[in-house]
Design a protein around this ligand. Sequence first.
Ligand SMILES: [Ca+2]
Length: 247
Amino acid sequence: MRRANSLRGSWLLLFSLVALAAVGTIAWSQPSASKAPTADFRFTPSNADNNTPVVFDASLSKSPNGKIVKYEWDFDGDGKYDDTRTTALDEKLFDKSGNVRVILRVTDDKGATGTVSKYIKINEAVVVIRRTITTSTKSNKVSAGQTFRVQVQMTLNKTINGLGLDEDLPQGWTMREVNNGGGSLKKSQLQWLWPQQIKSGTVIAVIYDVFVPKTVKTGNVALVGKLTSFSPRFLIKVVGDTTVQVV
Ligand SMILES: [Ca+2]
């Protein structure tokens, strides 16, 4: 009997707690210092491949009683944050295709955190293309009169007939070919052509050196390029390193 009473007492307590929790949002709307922020993000495009930088927008995150001051991103789901920002936007070019787990942790100005994770699907591109710029400094900085090296690597995931790589340098900048990757260079257009059939699985690396003119304005300079194929027909923008900073 005593046991039954105490059981009934427990149930009553539980019901009271549930009832209180149900109206809690209204009854206890008093702000408290320990309210954690809620992390949330969206990303575009939703059907990216591994040549397409994905833009992440964490502005859906909310802090009920403060301001979000830090956004940390784990772009491969390994639990280690790969990038830290003070603003909500970030961008990532994924090398691998498949389902990737992306984790966002937000921190408010009181030090409280909120975390969310989402899976995003990265498709495998027909040709995965990457430009790598190597300068004498780690941060892709160059000075007037200097030389830097550019490598464009293409990994074919399909057999391709007739391939063309077209790179563009700023006006007055010149280049010297280091490795043609089996293609033939049309120097006036900075264009390499492979008229033959190239089998799926082939990796092509084109390497060239760029000479920065002796008189040049400081600032960021863009390198633009595209890869085109006759069959299957496509046009892919060259991604990876896309700027050097003239200092
Ligand atoms: Ca990571």
